[in-house]
Write a protein that binds this ligand. Structure first.
Ligand SMILES: [Zn+2]
Length: 211
């Protein structure tokens, strides 16, 4: 896979796992630069569950310089999540391990430590004329809020039933993970499904020629 294959509609932790992929020249990383990280953060924040309101105020003012440290945190969290995803899916793809991943326990520790930084509690918000909803209480710096909230969602993903729907994409050279809606889907996206079918067809053709 030479360019990033974005899997639409995946949860933020899975989207984070898929920010790195092997290209013909080596490893590409959407979070390698602070600009890339900020772009990712802008896409993901509106999709974070129960985010503190301060995050929505922080986002328009965030600059690449202000998310430099967050980019580093997100890359480390991403590698930890990829280790856990590889273990959860018994991933044996050569494309699956696209960077130096930590061991299982180190990945678990990093995930838990990042999630613990959220240190926010749920609160009930019920405006006079509105409907009640749950909001996060706490005023965290924006960058820390992003990585810790993604980590919290990842704790729920790996610790709960959803883990069983986690899949490694089996298309040639794809490094993505995705949540499968049903058991039979084997690719992260339609584009990967098409590539897999073309590769299978080509393999068949060449084995026919040899035979
Ligand atoms: Zn794929």
């Amino acid at each position: 896979m030479t360019r990033r294959e974005r899997v639409a509609g995946q949860e933020p932790p899975i989207d984070l796992m898929n920010t790195v992929w092997g290209s013909g020249k080596g490893i590409d990383d959407a979070l390698a630069t602070a600009d890339g990280a900020l772009e990712w953060i802008r896409e993901i924040v509106p999709r974070l569950e129960q985010r503190p309101r301060s995050l929505d105020h922080w986002l328009p003012c965030a600059s690449p310089l202000s998310v430099k440290e967050t980019a580093f945190d997100l890359r480390r969290l991403r590698d930890a999540l990829r280790r856990l995803a590889a273990d959860a899916t018994a991933d044996e793809r050569p494309a699956g391990v696209v960077s130096d991943l930590p061991g299982r326990q180190a990945a678990v520790n990093l995930l838990n430590n990042t999630a613990a930084r959220a240190a926010a509690s749920s609160a009930l918000v019920w405006p006079g004329a509105g409907v009640p909803r749950i909001a996060l209480q706490g005023d965290l710096p924006g960058g820390i809020a992003v990585s810790s909230l993604v980590a919290l969602q990842a704790v729920r993903l790996f610790g709960g039933e959803e883990r069983k729907r986690l899949r490694a994409c089996l298309a040639p050279s794809c490094a993505n993970y995705y949540l499968s809606g049903h058991g039979r889907r084997r690719w992260c996206s339609q584009a990967c499904g098409n590539r897999a079918r073309v590769a299978r067809f080509n393999n068949k053709q060449s084995s026919n020629v040899i035979g």
